[in-house]
Design a protein around this ligand. Structure first.
Ligand code: TYM
Length: 332
């Protein structure tokens, strides 16, 4: 974190259940790669998870599982900050402030709010509505340049930029205006059972979603059952959502281009292709799962990692929070 000239990459993930292949390919894989080039700041967005009801014991388990899983993916605590959002009180504090610089109309337009309020019609709470202001606080507190996310978070990033620009317009030079960093492939991994919908932890059909910690047989079974089409030709084309999704997953994992994949599977059936995608995913996730099994047994080590990062995050974020408060007119 010493090198002043490096850009800052920052991102968070909700620890609300097991991490999915979508989370991994859309965001986490980039987090790992970005550590070489950027000063990286990552965190578990546990404050965001309570916009949906959580069971306390399960929530505690999910947070530790997510922390261990993300370390297992290759986040290196010697290179990057990796903390827990709720341990760093500046996030909630700046979120309140930013709420007062965010318009009702802007929040009403967020597609994630519309989707989630349709899904949880019995609990459309204010936190669900103002969630993007907390996300803006997460980002703006650290003067981040780049935010590696999947396509579904781009709208929230645009709102973050609007909030930052509005604030800076009133009180100059408080926030860096960040940019989204969306991967070319893997930004939108779709459900294996309904490839018109995003792969999601909350998928009702268990076969639609691959989890980072699924065992090899489960992963193979899910890919073998993946919904495709009746053309039986492995090519990327409009209307072939299932195959397009499998090609994208395979491409993101192997680094092969779409064209190369079409060539390699020319004349082969969907059965072969699905098995190849499944095997590539199994092989890629195998070391991650092994590392997770090791890390999750060492709670003391996990705690040492996040406590250290929490303290540093608090120090860094306090600078921006104080600056914002002073400019607004608070007495510090
Ligand atoms: P969350 O926890 O839903 O997802 C974490 C990351 O995974 C990406 N992602 C996907 N990418 C590709 N295909 C999919 N099917 C898929 N599903 C999820 C998401 O785009 C995200 O990058 N609000 C955020 C967490 C957050 C945050 C932040 C992110 C809180 N504060 C500040 C960036 C910066 C969320 O709920 O992500």
């Amino acid at each position: 974190m010493e090198n002043e000239k490096r850009k800052i990459a920052l991102s968070l993930i909700q620890p609300s259940g097991t991490i999915t292949l979508g989370n991994y390919l859309g965001a986490l894989k980039n987090w790992v790669d970005m550590q070489e080039k950027f000063d990286c700041i990552f965190a578990l967005a546990d404050l965001h998870t309570i916009t949906v009801r959580q069971e306390p014991a399960k929530m505690r388990k999910n947070i530790l599982d997510a922390y261990a899983s993300i370390l297992a993916c290759g986040i290196d605590v010697e290179k990057s900050l990796f903390f827990i959002q709720s341990h760093v009180h500046t996030h909630a504090e700046l979120a309140w402030i930013l709420n007062c610089y965010t318009q009702f109309g802007e929040l009403s337009r967020m597609t994630q709010f519309k989707d989630k309020s349709a899904k949880h019609a019995d609990n459309i709470n204010a936190g669900l509505f103002t969630y993007p202001a907390l996300m803006a606080a997460d980002i703006l507190l650290y003067q981040a340049d780049l935010v590696p996310v999947g396509a579904d978070q781009v709208q929230h990033l645009e709102l973050t930029r609007d909030i930052a620009n509005r604030f800076n317009g009133l009180y100059p030079n408080v926030f860096k205006v960040p940019e989204a960093y969306v991967p070319k492939t893997g930004a939108r991994v779709m459900s294996l059972q309904d490839p018109t919908r995003k792969m999601s932890k909350s998928d009702e059909n268990v076969n639609g979603c691959v989890h980072l910690l699924d065992d090899a047989d489960t992963i193979m079974r899910k890919f073998k059952r993946a919904v495709t089409d009746s053309e039986a030709v492995v090519r990327y084309a409009e209307g072939k959502d299932g195959i397009n999704n499998l090609i994208d997953i395979y491409s993101t994992i192997t680094g092969l281009s779409r064209e190369q994949i079409e060539k390699d599977f020319d004349g082969k059936g969907y059965g072969d292709f699905k098995a190849a995608v499944g095997e590539a995913v199994v092989e890629h996730l195998k070391p991650i799962r092994a590392e997770y099994e090791k890390l999750i047994k060492d709670k003391a080590y996990l705690e040492e990692c996040y406590r250290k990062a929490d303290d540093i995050a608090l120090r860094i974020s306090q600078r921006t929070l104080s600056k914002a408060k002073k400019k607004i007119g608070f007495i510090l």
